[in-house]
Write a protein that binds this ligand. Structure first.
Ligand code: DGL
Length: 282
């Protein structure tokens, strides 16, 4: 379709991109909130984890993932990955999208909506963030939260072992207990005034029960799925020009850069319903 010389793609699914399984926790909440839309999920499991990789690599891998989803007809892509949101979102929005075949397509991230929400959750203004080493080093949460909520104090804790445990199917094993307890205690000990913690990696809800058990009862734990889903619903209300470009069949297709059989097994455990993935070559 052409509009004033711009190529506008026909209606298509919402693309959800993550380095691996983590984005499934976001997809689940988005589908719950917006069940009529169609979805295409892409997990770059072959190259996960992203959290310990350099800025350049995360940017390149994320751009390849976004282009894959664009090529399959998604007018809108959600980076359901904090590491990709921290390291690649801005460059894709500011440099790549305007030069792409259809600059009216959109890419959104998960850090900003979570940082906005934390203002209503914390009473002390002391907020802890669990995330990958890449997200913590980027200071994206610290910057967003201090811009949105002046006076708030943030403490980040990088948890480099949490994603590998999940990607390797060890989320319910005793190794996960050890690393979760160790990292939760380190964050809480660093600031006794923390009353709210953000699970700043979309993989972490898969460890939510263990993290909740390790946290003192008075601390609120924020998972991103519902926050991102509410933010997307609000975005589509404010952007009817995008809303009307999304196809509505209530379907979800899954793609992985790794072996689909392995993806199916773990994704089925994480989502609680059968998943059949297809192989993606980026
Ligand atoms: N789930 C991702 C995030 O939200 C990335 C985890 C990883 O690949 O290290 O940061």
């Amino acid at each position: 379709m052409s509009n004033n010389g711009l190529q506008i793609s026909p209606a298509g699914p919402v693309g959800i991109f993550d380095s691996g399984f983590g984005g499934l926790t976001v997809l689940k909440e988005i589908r719950h909130r917006l069940p009529d839309l169609d979805y295409l999920y892409l997990g770059d499991n072959a190259r996960a984890p992203y959290g310990t990789r350099s800025f350049d690599l995360v940017y390149r891998f994320t751009l390849e993932g976004v282009n894959y989803l664009f090529d399959r007809g998604c007018p809108l892509v959600i980076l359901a990955c904090n590491t990709a949101s921290a390291k690649a979102l801005r460059t894709i929005q500011q440099n790549d999208l305007p030069r792409s075949a259809d600059p009216t397509r959109r890419v959104l991230g998960v850090i900003r909506p979570t940082a906005e929400f934390v203002g209503q959750a914390s009473k002390t203004g002391h907020v802890g963030i669990f995330a990958t080493p890449g997200t913590i080093a980027s200071q994206s949460y610290d910057i967003e939260i201090s811009n949105l909520h002046p006076g708030f104090i943030t403490r980040g804790k990088a948890c480099p072992m949490w994603v590998p445990l999940i990607e390797n199917g060890e989320a319910s094993g005793p190794g996960a207990d050890y690393f979760v307890n160790r990292d939760v205690n380190a964050l809480i000990d660093s600031d006794p005034l923390i009353d709210t913690v953000i699970l700043g990696c979309t993989h972490y809800p898969i460890l939510a029960e263990k993290i909740r058990r390790a946290l003192p009862d008075h601390i609120t734990m924020l998972s991103q799925g519902a926050i991102v889903a509410a933010s997307l619903a609000d975005y589509l209300r404010r952007h009817p020009e995008m809303d009307c470009r999304l196809s509505r069949g209530g379907t979800a297709r899954f793609f992985t850069t790794e072996d689909p059989t392995r993806f199916d097994t773990l994704a089925t455990i994480f989502t609680g319903h059968p998943v059949t993935a297809e192989r993606a070559v980026l």
